[in-house]
Design a protein. Structure first.
Ligand code: HMG
Ligand code: MG
Length: 288
């Protein structure tokens, strides 16, 4: 059976998009439960200014409190050199930097143009590699931008090439607002495959319109073998009230296992971990 790599991003992408601020101890328990469920890559938190994302202001405390399971990669998202220093001080195994394929999202999310963000990231990537940690490079809005609308696949390919030239170890393509369909995912990959093999990319799907699993199916046919997801689809979407957040890990795992792929993850245990953290802010319990 072929292994599909899944990065659990619920503690970071999920919890950053929930209105409630989850207590650090509940975040720690969540991360520990995800590792126990078989997740081998967990994006634990981010090191961004608390005024931008107050939900994750306790990232250092969480990283220092979790029980490190050998073989599990614990990572953090960092926007700049200061964020990288914070993450390295907590002994992360990997960091993720992020840029966008659209000007509107780049300015709103990172307070800089696409060019400015690439300039800002160059020394961050260099320093991370010098420190010996793996660097993931996210590119957001690879299908559509909440401010600029549809994004041309050629623009995504151009930004992907620039991120790779900066020395990232892996490119993660983000459908930030869950606008993708199997056809637009395929069109995006048709352009991006001129700069990197689909099998060397990660696909990061949000499930705003419920199309994420069908996009996974098409991506698998194209050769993609790595995906991001969040337990119980944590996260919602600030641009689509009531919508689910990232693709739910347990749904992804069940769909993959049903089609004969292997993930090493226990879907029920992931769903329980998600329900447990949701119980701290959502009296209705988990979604998955
Ligand atoms: P800025 O406001 O232009 O930054 O933000 P600045 O350098 O002018 O600093 C402003 C203040 O923040 C200063 O403090 C700095 O010291 C402090 P003050 O003088 O006002 O007291 N500061 C920091 N504090 C803590 N940690 C730091 C840090 N850096 C500066 N690292 C910046 C620019 C890039 C920092 C900001 O725009 C930012 O962090 N944006 C990120 C917002 C965010 O986290 N978005 C969500 C993550 S991306 C995502 O979810 C997409 C993804 O899932 C993929 C997909 O779905 O597409 C990855
Ligand atoms: Mg995301």
């Amino acid at each position: 059976m072929t292994h599909i790599r899944i990065t659990e991003v619920g503690p970071r992408d999920g919890l950053q998009n929930e209105k409630a601020v989850v207590p650090a101890a509940a975040k720690t328990a969540f991360v520990n439960a995800l590792a126990a469920a078989g997740c081998t890559e967990i994006e634990v938190t981010s090191f961004v200014p608390p005024k931008w994302v107050p939900q994750l202001a306790d990232g250092a405390e969480v990283l220092r409190s979790i029980r490190r399971v050998p073989g599990v990669t614990y990572s953090a998202l960092v926007p700049n050199e200061r964020g990288l220093e914070g993450a390295l001080a907590c002994g992360v195994d990997a960091v993720a930097v992020f840029a966008a394929a659209s000007e509107g999202f780049s300015r709103r999310n990172t307070n800089g143009s696409i060019d400015e963000v690439f300039t800002r990231l160059a020394p961050v990537i260099r320093a991370a590699k010098a420190a010996g940690v793996r660097v993931r490079g996210y590119l957001s809005c690879v299908i559509a931008c909440p401010f600029d609308g549809a994004i041309a696949p050629a623009a995504v390919a151009g930004c992907s090439a620039r991120l790779l030239e900066l020395g990232i170890d892996e490119l993660d393509l983000g459908d930030t607002i869950g606008a993708g369909t199997p056809n637009t995912i395929e069109a995006m990959y048709a352009a991006v495959s001129a700069v990197v093999e689909p099998s060397d990319t990660i696909l990061h799907l949000h499930d705003t319109r419920g199309a994420a699993l069908s996009c996974v199916e098409r991506a698998l046919a194209i050769g993609v073998r790595a995906f991001d997801s969040s337990a119980t689809g944590l996260g919602g979407c600030p641009y689509a009230p009531g919508a689910p957040g990232n693709l739910a890990t347990e749904s992804l795992v069940r769909a993959l296992h049903a089609s004969g792929w292997e993930t090493g993850i226990d879907a029920d245990a992931v769903a329980r971990a998600g329900a447990q953290v949701r119980a701290t802010f959502d009296s209705g319990g988990g979604a998955g």
